[in-house]
Design a protein around this ligand. Structure first.
Ligand SMILES: N[C@@H](CCC(=O)N[C@@H](CS)C(=O)NCC(=O)O)C(=O)O
Length: 209
């Protein structure tokens, strides 16, 4: 299946880790946003919202990383461990995914992207909100091995892509010990962890500039 992506992009890395977890091979289509490749008519036909990651599975086009990773497990997973069918277990996984999308990653972007991509001054209130989100994650991990319980799920892969991006930005994770120990474990153990690490190195180039 075709996968439109950039290696540094956190949501793209979450999809690549999930594909590795379910054993699906992606036909990688590097999509240069800086060159406007996502605005070309042929890409807009696949995804009128013109964002990556975008997956095209035998003519079925899907975007939004967390929708993609759920689809990959539902369609190609050998079992439901990564995205449990039990309603309450799945509800917790969904809660963590929505937390990642709407709070954790969003607050990272709100704080860092204006500085990195528009050379604006840091906004202390946005930094506080971002660190509050890390504190929430630290609480979620207080009594469980993984972010949504005692099994690895797609919520771990999505949040690993996000937390490794915090690491690229040199956010001090040691103040959030449950997050730090989960991250150190997952960044080595997660399926496709090497792809995530390589992508982080690409993303780090934006922070070095
Ligand atoms: N919530 C989306 C975010 C996707 C996103 O923001 N992608 C960026 C690159 S990381 C993009 O494609 N930007 C170009 C655009 O939206 O036109 C997801 O998780 O897939």
């Amino acid at each position: 299946m075709d996968f439109y992506y950039l290696p540094g992009s956190a949501p793209c890395r979450a999809v690549q880790m999930t594909a590795a977890a379910v054993g699906v091979e992606l036909n990688l289509k590097l999509t240069n946003l800086m060159a406007g490749e996502h605005m070309k008519p042929e890409f807009l036909k696949l995804n009128p919202q013109h964002c990556i990651p975008t997956l095209v599975d035998n003519g079925f086009s899907l975007w939004e990383s967390r929708a993609i990773i759920a689809y990959l497990v539902e369609k190609y997973g050998k079992d439901d461990k990564l995205y449990p069918k039990d309603p309450q277990k799945r509800a917790v996984v969904n809660q963590r995914l929505y937390f990642d999308q709407g709070t954790l990653y969003q607050r990272f972007a709100d704080y860092f992207y204006p500085q990195v991509f528009a050379k604006q001054a840091p906004v202390p209130d946005n930094e506080k909100k971002m660190l509050d989100a890390l504190d929430f994650l630290n609480t979620f991990l207080k009594d469980s091995k993984y972010v949504a319980g005692d099994e690895l799920t797609i919520a771990d892969l999505s949040i690993l892509a996000t937390v490794s991006t915090f690491d690229v930005a040199k956010v001090d994770l040691s103040k959030y010990p449950n997050v730090a120990s989960w991250y150190e474990r997952l960044r080595k153990e997660a399926p496709g962890a090497d792809i995530n690490e390589a992508g982080c190195k690409e993303f780090a180039k934006y922070f070095e500039k």
